[in-house]
Design a protein around this ligand. Structure first.
Ligand code: C5P
Length: 220
């Protein structure tokens, strides 16, 4: 990938994993470290892009040269992404967003003395940020989504990915296997990229920065 081929392009990236509050001290979360999203931001910056990172609960530091908006929950990420999307040419949703959040957030700590032996949580669906950004797409805007899947069968993985990209309405879908030492929290990643027709346009395996550069090659 040629250096500075993204000069001046406005790229918006989400990274990390959302936390959905239960009470003042507890949340429902996921195992996303934010490494792939931060690697995308670094690689895009190195190629000359104007990068905004919307970061949720990262386990890795963000270079101070990257404009970062810190969020925590899916609703906060939705608001930050919708606002930043207004001036973005490329949007990459690398964050792991909770599909559901607790219906109510207790003002005080949930106490086992009050609850007893069984605690039932009621969850409500979060907005699908990627689908809503795709539906509100501005002219010329390119939108890339991720699909973290535990499916091990390659054919079934592709079938899942094809259904997902048509549901989300984005231009490309980066499929990565997670679980059993792959994907979340690791240093390396293996991805398959589908276009909106469900055709494989790229496959990459390696460091998260090298995978990031393969993904950025799609927008060059
Ligand atoms: O449906 P699934 O969670 O597998 O989709 C993954 C893709 O959708 C990722 O790009 C993720 O950032 C995005 N997503 C989202 N809002 C949600 C759930 C997922 O933007 N509520």
């Amino acid at each position: 990938s040629a250096l500075h081929d993204l000069t001046g392009r406005r790229v918006l990236i989400s990274a990390g994993g959302t936390r959905e509050p239960l009470d003042p001290v507890r949340f429902l979360g996921n195992r996303s470290s934010g490494k792939q999203g931060v690697a995308l931001a670094q690689a895009a910056l190195a190629r000359g892009a104007h990068v905004t990172l919307v970061a949720a609960n990262l386990e890795v530091p963000v270079p101070t040269s990257i404009t970062t908006v810190m969020v925590s929950s899916a609703l906060e990420m939705h608001e930050a992404m919708a606002l930043a999307a207004e001036s973005a040419e490329v949007i990459i949703m690398a964050a792991a967003v909770a599909d559901y959040r607790p219906k109510t957030v207790q003002l005080g700590k949930i106490k086992k003395e009050d609850v007893g032996n069984t605690l039932t949580l009621e969850l409500v669906k979060n907005p699908d940020i990627l689908a809503s950004l795709s539906a509100a797409r501005r002219r010329g805007q390119l939108i890339i989504g991720f699909a973290a899947e535990t499916e091990t069968d390659a054919d079934r993985l592709l079938t899942l990915g094809r259904a997902k990209i048509s549901r989300k309405g984005c231009d490309y879908l980066v499929i990565n296997r997670v679980g059993q030492g792959a994907g979340f929290g690791t240093e390396r990643n293996t991805v398959t990229v589908l276009d909106r027709h469900g055709v494989i346009v790229n496959e990459a395996s390696g460091s998260k920065v090298s995978v990031a550069n393969c993904i950025l090659d799609l927008i060059g």
